[in-house]
Ligand binder design. Structure first.
Ligand SMILES: Nc1ncnc2c1ncn2[C@@H]1O[C@H](COP(=O)(O)OP(=O)(O)OP(=O)(O)O)[C@@H](O)[C@H]1O
Length: 791
């Protein structure tokens, strides 16, 4: 406990630092103002300042030098303006809460300990000699997160430093006043974390820099491994750690790394908005954010109707009675597997020898180059030449064939017809164009024969232009046929599989795939393999600018997709964050210790960090939910108490809805800011939303896969869209046996329940799910919700 004297000394320091910040703010505001005025003036006067003279060659040179100098001065000023504005912005962020931690570190060989204060940015004193505040990402700040009081060493760019941590202290400073202050031991104090976690949830995620835990710090500061896998329980801070890690890397490598060289793959667009404020809060620009589906749409969306993962999941969850269900499931598993990846790779290798499919080049219904001729040509090249290079050779040959064809068409009747249809002005314009192109070589229209030939050439060339473009972009490779072929020829698939068996229901899988492709559709499980095959054949569209790829909810990616991403970003380090207990998609989990994720770069380039402490939910909710999943006994709740989860059983739909309505109204009345009614599917969410809209005092919001922003209030949401986000209170709409009993529904149910921070109420229309009843009755209460009695 800190004494009054310590408190007043610290407050004194806060006051002094705040005063210095205020003085800096005043100076910087003046500087920003004058730079801005200067830039505005310079832009206005730009042309006056430049000496303009174009009469002689020398003068032109002088003019351009003058322009260059002037624009150099302008861009220097603009840069100064931006830098000063950024410094001002930083001061403003520090103003009301300049720091949150202190350590006293005595370096070996020095008589006295240095007091090191940590904040979200660094601050020098007025003489610019010593640090009043260190950035939380500075090397020395690591001591705060990683070290307990006692002897310690830490790394700096200039070598290792050893010493003793004599004290570690935490603050909460608001509006320049110390609100909390306490000294802590090994970890960053429970008290502050208690306070932070007891708050109500927000529409936007918050930064956690003041309370980063030791194991999270390992994730944040890990910058050596090529592949960092984080397996963490629900609410263990995976997303938080990932975002602070981005801020850390941007700081540490600020000379070489910018925000647009990092990309975060999120589970859905709403999640993007949920996390988008963390980095700006820390004074950094956001990294690029996208979803895997968005990427796929960009690549294939114009050619096919693409199924998204949510539609696939809806099918998996609700079509169990469908006769084709087992085959679809078997297909999903197979097409997401590493085996299928190998099949496609081998298939491509085999295509070097035989089996390529081409689309003929046709013009006005006539073959310019037949598919057979292309095949023959393709296989006439040296077999040792790479497939992509052979395609390029083929392309060049085809372009020549097309030119020859064009020549042979000059006398064709359709060309005459075309010329007859041209208006005189049109002819004149065409001629002018041609003249420009040929740089005056063509003088007049005198010679009729020459004129006709020139124009005919032009007409033919313009009509063949799309074909030329088509050939140049290698679209003559019939990827659709090649992919279909995999499902048409069972013998070939058996050979490609080597010794592995064909997946169950192979015939049905093949029929299903071919049928959908005929309709110009690709099932979600087919999209990545299809794209992979296309890229293998035509060359990978790689992105070498990206240096860090962060994959959140990594358990939702198939082995196939991850391998694909590895190729896509050849120069990137990957951080994959996930929880195998939340793997709700039909493809198997990729997060096991020796699983496909580790295989991507090999164990020597991979590090796995596990997070077992769960921060989001109260102890009671964690104790209850951890019993639902295998390995759950490892999950440690953070020491924050609340009421036990409630299980409310009803027998009539009307009563069910009445109880939920009363509960929601009571929660709103009590001041809960974000409440979710979590349903199983989108269809159920729509129906529940409709019913609740009629009876609730506050209009509920329906969350759909297209919802972009996350707001406070009452939400009705399908469980799979609630991934990654959290609510003060969660009401499971129907946790009955009928809804959640199958093994594949276990993780979905777990995911839904673990979204709750403070309250979890599970309504069951009928017998409760076995995921509830298989647990000790001491972990939950039954039917105590609100004044309304359950039946
Ligand atoms: N060190 C910390 N200090 C303060 N809050 C924390 C800390 N770690 C996690 N939290 C809080 O716990 C909650 C869960 O964190 P986060 O969403 O990052 O977890 P997650 O592991 O990604 O969860 P899930 O897999 O269930 O989506 C958030 O409210 C976050 O702010």
């Amino acid at each position: 406990m800190s004494t009054d004297q310590q408190w007043s000394e610290e407050q004194h320091r806060v006051d002094s630092v705040t005063n210095q910040i205020e003085r800096k703010i005043t100076t910087l505001e003046q500087e920003v103002g004058s730079f801005r005025d200067e830039v505005v003036e310079m832009r206005k006067d730009f042309w006056d300042e430049v000496t303009m003279n174009f009469s002689e060659a020398d003068d032109v040179g002088e003019t351009s030098t003058s322009m260059r100098q002037q624009s150099q001065v302008l861009s220097d000023r603009e840069r100064s303006h931006l830098n000063t504005a950024a410094a001002l912005d930083k001061m403003k962020r520090l103003h009301h809460s300049p720091y949150f931690g202190r350590i006293d570190f005595k370096e070996d060989g020095y008589p006295q300990a240095e007091r090191i204060y940590l904040g979200i940015a660094s601050l020098l004193d007025e003489k610019e000699e010593s640090f009043l505040v260190y950035d939380w990402r500075a090397p020395i700040s690591n001591l705060y997160y990683d070290g307990a009081p006692g002897p310690i060493t830490y790394e700096t760019p200039s070598g290792e430093i050893s010493g003793d941590i004599e004290m570690k202290r935490q603050f909460v400073i608001r509006e320049g006043r110390i609100r909390f202050m306490f000294d802590t031991g090994v970890t960053i104090g429970d008290q502050l974390l208690q306070a932070v976690l007891s708050r109500t949830s927000d529409a936007q995620m918050k930064s956690i820099v003041a309370t980063i835990q030791r194991e999270q710090n390992r994730i944040i500061r890990n910058d050596r491994t090529r592949m960092l896998i984080v397996q963490g329980a629900a609410g263990s801070g995976k997303t938080s750690a990932a975002l602070q890690r981005v801020a850390y890397l941007l700081y540490k490598y600020r000379e070489h790394l910018s925000a647009d060289q990092m990309v975060l793959f999120s589970p859905n667009p709403m999640f993007n908005s949920y996390v988008s404020t963390v980095l700006p809060e820390l004074g950094e620009e956001n990294m690029l954010q996208t979803t895997f589906q968005e990427y796929l749409e960009r690549r294939l969306g114009r050619e096919y109707q693409l199924e998204d993962p949510f539609i696939q999941l809806e099918y998996v969850l609700s079509a169990t009675e469908d006769a084709a269900y087992p085959a679809r499931m078997s297909g999903i598993r197979f097409k997401s597997s590493e085996s299928f990846l190998k099949v496609i790779t081998k298939y491509k290798d085999n295509l070097m020898l035989a089996g390529m499919k081409f689309k003929p080049v046709r013009f006005q219904g006539r073959a310019v180059v037949t598919a057979e001729a292309m095949e023959e040509k393709f296989y006439s090249y040296e077999p040792s030449v790479k497939l992509v290079n052979r395609l390029e050779m083929l392309r060049d040959w085809m372009l020549k064939e097309l030119s020859a064809f064009g020549k042979s068409e000059l006398e064709a009747p359709w060309v005459d017809q075309q010329l007859d249809l041209m208006e005189p002005e049109e002819l004149q314009r065409a001629f002018q164009r041609l003249k420009r192109k040929q740089k005056g070589k063509v003088d007049t229209f005198d010679d009729f024969v020459q004129e006709r030939e020139i124009l005919a050439r032009m007409v033919v060339s313009s009509r063949l232009k799309p074909l030329r473009k088509w050939i140049k972009s290698l679209r003559f490779v019939d990827v659709r046929k090649l992919y279909s072929q995999l499902f048409k020829d069972q013998g070939q698939m058996v050979r490609l599989l080597d010794n592995e068996p064909l997946p169950a229901y192979w015939e049905e899988i093949s029929d299903m795939t071919l049928r959908r492709m005929k309709e110009q559709e690709l099932a979600y499980e087919d999209i990545t393999p299809y794209l992979y095959l296309r890229e293998l054949l035509l060359g990978f569209h790689i992105n070498s600018n990206i240096r860090h790829v962060i994959i959140d909810e990594a358990q939702d990616y198939s082995a196939f997709q991850l391998a694909f991403m590895k190729r896509l970003f050849p120069r990137a380090k990957i951080t994959a964050l996930g929880d195998f207990n939340q793997a709700i998609y039909a493809h198997s989990s990729v997060l096991s210790g020796t699983g496909p994720l580790t295989n991507l770069y090999g164990p020597e380039n991979t590090e796995l960090i596990e997070l077992t402490r769960s921060y989001r939910s109260t102890q009671e909710i964690v104790e209850f939910t951890k019993g639902m999943v295998p390995g759950g006994e490892e999950i440690i709740p953070f020491n924050r108490s609340g009421e036990k989860p409630q299980v409310i059983v009803t027998t009539s739909e009307q009563k069910h809805l009445d109880l939920i309505t009363a509960d929601l109204n009571a929660l709103i009345e009590e001041g809960y800011e974000s409440v979710a009614v979590i349903c199983k599917t989108a269809e159920e969410s729509r129906e529940v939303h409709e019913s609740l809209s009629k009876v609730l005092t506050t209009a509920p919001k329906l969350i759909k896969k297209t919802t972009l922003a996350f707001e406070r209030g009452v939400h009705v949401i399908p469980a799979y869209l609630a991934k990654g986000v959290e609510f003060d209170a969660v009401l499971i709409y129907d946790g009955s046996e009928e809804h959640y009993a199958q093994e594949h529904e276990r993780k979905l149910f777990y995911t839904a329940c673990t979204r709750a921070m403070h309250l979890l109420h599970i309504y069951c229309l009928g017998q409760p799910s076995p995921f509830i009843t298989s647990q000790s009755e001491t972990l939950y209460d039954t039917g105590k919700v609100s004044a309304v009695q359950a039946d």
